[in-house]
Design a binder for this molecule. Structure first.
Ligand SMILES: [Zn+2]
Length: 285
């Protein structure tokens, strides 16, 4: 029986409409202002192009954050036409060098069906198992980051020590299954995937962080960046030796609902996207 801490008490908060039809309080009520709009597609080719561009941007964002560690780290997004296939970053290519032309498309067994590069089998095993077990999960991120991996050694969930950390309150799990043993076998992925029900993130003990999104690669990438940052902040607070003041459970749930949704993750990523488009045009090569 796999062991886990902090199973969520309730289902993942869904994006519900406000009374005026907006999905978030952040959407301006005033008309005509510049504000990111969710994309709409008229055909699957346009949707695929959009997903691939955002996958590249997510990899570049990970490079900016210093999340690279040799060839470790993988981001996946489900193909819109063939949901059993996933676009992912190529093996042994730095996050900063990922571009449209070197992305690969793979099936759940890790076979490359499009692209010239090899796949990172160890990483893909885990992602593919989660994607297969949860048809609603469209994107996932994983990397061996400094603070996330350090925090994962503690085998405990994040505390709600800030509004930012409250975004993960009852919305992440600590997975102890397969802890510290590199997931090269398919069964490793299968034993981990059960724990991704109704949560957006996982701390894999002695390994690192994982995020999953039912919304977009942008949301998965942003919540990964946010989770790494929260791990860093909690480690900093714990290093003082003083006991932090916790956000209460009801206030944490309120914050999570307003600033921890998939939409909010997507919205945060739009600032990163615009920065990357302006500064890294080789993403589209
Ligand atoms: Zn890993």
């Amino acid at each position: 029986m796999p062991a886990v801490l902090d199973r969520p008490a309730q289902a993942h908060p869904s994006t519900s409409l406000l009374r005026d039809g907006r999905v978030s309080i952040y959407q301006p009520e005033q008309k005509g202002l510049i504000y990111p709009e969710l994309p709409a597609f008229t055909n699957v080719a346009a949707q695929r192009q959009h997903l691939k561009e955002r996958l590249v941007a997510a990899c570049r964002a990970f490079a900016l954050e210093g999340f690279d560690y040799g060839f470790a780290g993988h981001l996946t997004v489900r193909d819109p036409e063939h949901p059993e296939l996933y676009w992912t970053n190529p093996m042994a290519v730095h996050f900063a060098q990922v571009k449209l032309s070197n992305l690969i498309l793979a099936d759940h067994k890790g076979r490359v069906v499009e692209g010239r590069h090899a796949i990172n089998r160890a990483g893909f095993v885990l992602h593919a198992a989660v994607h297969e077990a949860h048809q609603d999960i469209v994107a996932m991120c994983h990397a061996h980051t400094v603070y996330g991996t350090a925090f994962a050694a503690l085998g405990k969930p994040l505390d709600p020590i800030s509004q930012d950390a409250a975004a993960f309150f009852e919305d992440h799990v600590v997975i102890k299954e397969e802890a510290g043993q590199v997931a090269v076998e398919e069964k490793a992925g299968t034993s981990v995937c059960d724990w991704f029900k109704d949560v957006k993130a996982a701390i894999h003990q002695n390994h690192g962080l994982l995020t999953a999104s039912r919304h977009s690669i942008e949301a998965a990438a942003f919540w990964f960046i946010a989770l790494e940052r929260c791990c860093r902040q909690q480690l900093l607070v714990e290093a003082t030796g003083q006991k932090p003041v916790m956000v209460s459970a009801d206030k944490s749930r309120y914050s999570r609902e307003h600033v921890g949704s998939e939409y909010i993750g997507w919205l945060h990523f739009q600032a990163i996207w615009e920065h990357l488009v302006a500064t890294q045009p080789d993403m589209f090569a």
